[in-house]
Design a protein around this ligand. Structure first.
Ligand code: ACM
Length: 724
């Protein structure tokens, strides 16, 4: 974008010239309705004093690209395709006063002189909505599409079926909605009802509750006619509606009606997830194909999502028929049965001209390279890497930070958090189709709460998906975001935007300079930050943060945002050590758990300490004992040792029973020099970080062996072996 100093005056005598009417008729209609909202009338297409011209140019490689030029005399919008024209018009809309969104008409509007050449980074820029766990009205869906298109998102993934409700009319199986769309209040509803005492946004929407013989039933569904109309509406906003029918798991709404579709004929729950469809029962394929035939008839979308996440395979493993089938077909595991199911259903859809999307769990037993993989399990190492190496295209929807329904999903992370691991093969970058965030609605029963979870997060996603990486800038985004809030207000969006003064530390280990650079980020714009490096609480006399600063040796950094000269909570404490073991090799006698490799073998001595979450790619996870040796590469005077462990008892992350340090000059004979017992109870519910640290008494040695037994047989999470 380049800006000038002049303005184009848009008013009732501005003329609209469209060279090639036929091609862009829907976009022109959209523009005229924008004009009616902004200046109270359509622009004349016959005459006028100043001109807005929409020109079709030769189709470009990217149909979503456009070129917008505003000069004091003329506005010109050029694009090769309808999508590009639409996004140029959306940019114009964002330049109009936000008051137009609520119908406030202006006599004249000054548009700033500028030139924009624009195109998206990714072709898949999507939001998702789970309408099964709680139901959302057609009016809400339409408004959702309006809002997505306002920020140039172009896909809406509708999670139409799940254990808790079937939301799409299927003419061949009317029971799916007659029965499957309705439920008596479930445990998630109870949680919502309980929470609604504190926050009315958790109340179930009365419009989705029906009384039957004195019992309240929750539910609802969309008729095929409603969905068709919705799809056409979304097309005018260039939003593709992608339906998901989740299978073979997450199917309880259907299996409760047709239990014969499960291998054991029972509509029951397994240990973790619901009983899935039986992959060796031909009736299942008849059912699935009948349902998908109607789905394809409603949704012209190029893509159909068939789920394939979280399948509990116990009923398959226990089924005589399934075992016989596996044996006959040389299958070793139930995962391969899942692949058989996915491939068979995919082949049916592909034969009908569709492309198939699956959640990444489907990869377990191997998948066809034609499938589009939707990556969500950010805690499983290397999922996108494996998918692209298998030839699949990938949509990045990692739960952290892209599940907007979880409290982990913070604006800063949505905008900034790396989505691919450091080992992702760059030469396969083109296999990344785009980005998607999801809204799962187990405990989001109302439109107001959905708004609050979605906005303004959607704007961060949108910028990340559209703008080139080099033009993304968090500090600029924070400032520009504030200018969008009045528009959301005018649109009646019940967003929740409470930027906190919490500081987010980043380290940059500089091995050449033997120092660690520290930067501090926050969600508020241009914060005033003071810090100390000696562990004391900062005051307005302490160091003023002006950008990256460096630590040599060890420092306990304490930092906080100051508002009107006063320190604010929370106060950040961060231990930083440029220590002797940085960059030194570590030998593992027992490997880390594959799901939590951090940076593999280098990560215990890389200087980067793990942060608040064991998922942050710094903490290494072990389901065995922790048993390693650091090679200092030469005889070294050893003064002190420290290793930090994390306990989060809920998900099974515990402290080791003790930690023992032994040292050696030859790598063969070791002398135990330090033993620290654990004093954190396994019953402790809160997250605890404990430094197992002590003196090494200035002894000389080359090898430092560290042993910490996994006495709880859960996970050990450890980071940074600090040796000085
Ligand atoms: C998922 O969150 N189960 C895809």
């Amino acid at each position: 974008m380049e800006t000038g100093n002049g303005n184009f005056n848009l008013n009732s005598s501005t003329q609209l010239i469209v060279e090639d009417q036929g091609a862009f008729s829907e976009e022109v209609a959209f523009f005229q309705s924008m004009m009616t909202q902004a200046i109270g009338q359509n622009l004349s297409e016959a005459d006028g004093k100043n001109v807005i011209e929409i020109r079709k140019i030769e189709a470009s490689e990217n149909p979503e690209s456009y070129h917008l030029k505003i000069t004091p005399d003329k506005v010109t919008l050029e694009a090769g395709d309808a999508e590009g024209v639409f996004y140029g018009l959306i940019t114009l809309r964002q330049l109009l006063p936000s008051s137009m969104e609520s119908g406030e008409v202006s006599d004249e509007i000054n548009l700033p002189e500028l030139e924009i050449k624009d195109q998206p980074q990714y072709e898949w820029r999507a939001m998702h909505l789970d309408v099964s766990r709680h139901f959302f009205s057609m009016d809400y869906l339409r408004r959702y599409v309006d809002l997505l298109s306002l920020y140039k998102l172009n896909k809406l993934h509708l999670h139409l079926t799940d254990d808790q409700g079937w939301r799409i009319e299927i003419k061949k199986y009317p029971e799916l909605t007659e029965q499957g769309a309705w439920r008596t209040f479930n445990s998630q509803d109870s949680i919502c009802i309980d929470k609604s005492k504190e926050d009315p946004r958790f109340a179930l929407e009365p419009k989705h509750i029906e009384m039957r013989d004195g019992t309240p039933y929750y539910g609802g569904f969309y008729t095929q006619d409603e969905l068709r109309e919705f799809v056409s509406y979304a097309q005018t906003k260039h939003v593709e509606i992608i339906p998901e029918i989740d299978m073979p798991g997450h199917m309880m709404a259907a299996i409760a009606i047709y239990p014969e579709l499960a291998c054991n004929g029972e509509a029951a729950w397994g240990d973790l997830f619901s009983t899935p469809l039986c992959p060796v029962n031909e009736e299942v394929y008849t059912f699935v194909e009948n349902v998908l035939t109607e789905v394809m008839d409603i949704f012209p979308s190029k893509y159909i999502h068939i789920g394939a996440d979280e399948v509990e395979k116990k009923t398959w493993e226990e089924s005589v028929a399934a075992n016989k089938f596996m044996k006959e077909n040389g299958m070793q595991s139930a995962d391969e049965l899942q692949s058989y199911f996915v491939n068979r259903v995919s082949a049916f859809l592909q034969k009908n001209g569709k492309e198939v999307v699956v959640w990444d769990d489907a990869m377990a037993g191997g998948i066809d390279s034609n499938l589009k993989v939707m990556y969500w399990r950010n805690w499983v190492a290397g999922v996108p890497d494996k998918a692209v190496q298998n030839g699949n295209e990938v949509i990045l929807a990692p739960g952290d930070p892209f599940y907007f329904s979880t409290p982990n999903s913070k604006l800063f992370d949505i905008y900034n958090k790396p989505l691919l691991g450091s080992k992702f093969p760059e030469e396969l970058r083109h296999k990344i189709k785009g980005l998607q965030a999801c809204l799962w609605t187990e405990t989001i029963p109302s439109e107001a709460l959905a708004d609050a979870m979605l906005f303004p997060n959607v704007l961060a996603l949108a910028e990340r998906a559209w703008s080139s990486e080099s033009s993304q800038d968090w500090n600029s985004f924070k400032t520009r975001l504030k200018n969008q809030l009045p528009r959301l207000d005018q649109l009646g969006v019940k967003y929740e935007y409470n930027p906190t003064t919490k500081l987010i530390p980043f380290m940059n280990v500089d091995t050449d300079g033997q120092r660690i650079g520290i930067t501090l980020e926050s969600e508020i714009s241009q914060p005033t930050i003071y810090y100390t490096t000696d562990g004391t609480q900062p005051t307005s006399e302490s160091y003023l943060y002006k950008g990256e600063f460096f630590v040599t040796g060890s420092a306990t950094i304490v930092a906080a945002v100051f508002l009107e000269g006063k320190i604010t909570d929370p106060i950040l404490t961060k231990q930083v050590d440029y220590h002797l073991a940085i960059g030194k090799p570590v030998e593992y006698r027992k490997s880390w758990n594959k799901s939590y490799p951090a940076g593999d073998a280098g990560s215990m001595t890389d200087g980067y300490r793990g942060g608040e979450s064991y998922n942050d790619g710094r903490w290494q996870g072990f389901t065995s004992d922790f048993d390693v040796t650091v090679d200092m590469e030469k005889e070294t005077t050893l003064n002190s040792f420290s290793a930090t462990f994390m306990q989060v008892a809920g998900p099974g992350v515990f402290m080791p029973g003790f930690l023992e340090v032994s040292i050696s000059t030859d790598g063969e004979t070791f002398e135990t020099v330090l033993r620290i017992d654990n004093d954190v109870a396994a019953t402790e519910k809160e997250k605890v970080l404990k430094d197992f640290k002590g003196s090494l008494e200035g002894k000389q040695a080359r090898y430092v062996k560290v042993f910490a037994p996994n006495v709880q047989k859960g996970f050990l999470f450890v980071d940074e072996l600090v040796i000085n």
